[in-house]
Design a protein around this ligand. Structure first.
Ligand code: URA
Length: 239
């Protein structure tokens, strides 16, 4: 990785603002590879340097990847004047600059939302070319039939909009699991509208091959492991 100013490294890692870094440096509290850094504009490779602040080693992370179980009533946006967003649910020490939800869930949808500051990964997940499948649990106000599943499997056209073939597996009279590989606006709700049903409950359970961690209650989150990030980009699918 390229060299970066120590004040930039500490601010992007949410450790200290630039002015706080200046003060820390003046007080001799920052060490890099065992040597005290007195100037906040000194440059280092953050992936190689051992940086300590007041004796505590910095665990440098180029990007953050957070799985959240989004509750209903919260927006999948970075900020909003009126409503609470998924970023607002994170503790202050996790709220790094540049974090955003990679993909949208409606305000009333629950489940797996990925929050990251890795724009490249988000682009790969969201690009229709990537064919990252997402699995949803759906409850609706109509009795579902195998014929509905068959219609979904052929792809749906509603006026100007068309949706690629999707898999639906009935799980109860009014409930199903549905897997789609696109992320069009209100996609699941619109697909159900096309079969005369209104969605009354929607939850995202899986992105790629990675399931929402069942131990996360609504509003809870955790960082992803490296292998989990790779699972998100998997093209494997099927319910
Ligand atoms: N489809 C929808 O209609 N809403 C969501 O939140 C996600 C998929």
């Amino acid at each position: 990785m390229s060299l970066q100013r120590i004040d930039k490294i500490l601010s992007t890692q949410n450790i200290a603002t630039r002015s706080e870094t200046k003060t820390l440096a003046k007080k001799g509290l920052i060490k890099v590879n065992g040597i005290t850094v007195r100037k906040s504009d000194e440059k280092f490779d953050p992936e190689k340097a051992v940086i300590t602040i007041n004796g505590i080693e910095l665990e440098y992370k180029r990007h953050l990847y957070i799985m959240m179980n989004k509750p209903s009533g919260v927006l999948s946006a970075s900020r909003d004047k009126k409503d609470k967003t998924v970023i607002d649910l994170l503790p202050v020490n996790m709220r790094r600059e540049g974090l955003f939800p990679a993909g949208r869930l409606d305000k009333d949808t629950e489940g797996f939302i990925l929050i990251t500051d890795d724009g490249e990964l988000a682009h790969r997940i969201l690009s229709p070319k990537s064919h990252v499948y997402k699995l949803y649990e759906v409850i609706c106000d109509k009795e579902l039939t195998e014929n509905d599943a068959c219609l979904f499997s052929k792809g749906i056209t509603m006026g100007e909009i068309s949706f690629l073939p999707a898999e639906m597996k009935l799980t109860g009279k009014n409930s199903a699991l549905v897997e789609i590989c696109e992320g069009k606006f209100h996609q699941i709700k619109k697909m159900f509208q096309s079969i005369g049903a209104e969605v009354t409950y929607l939850k995202r359970l899986r992105i790629g091959e990675l399931f929402l961690d069942k131990s996360l209650s609504l509003g809870e989150y955790r960082e992803l492991e490296n292998e989990e990030i790779n699972m998100i980009l998997s093209r494997k699918h099927g319910i």
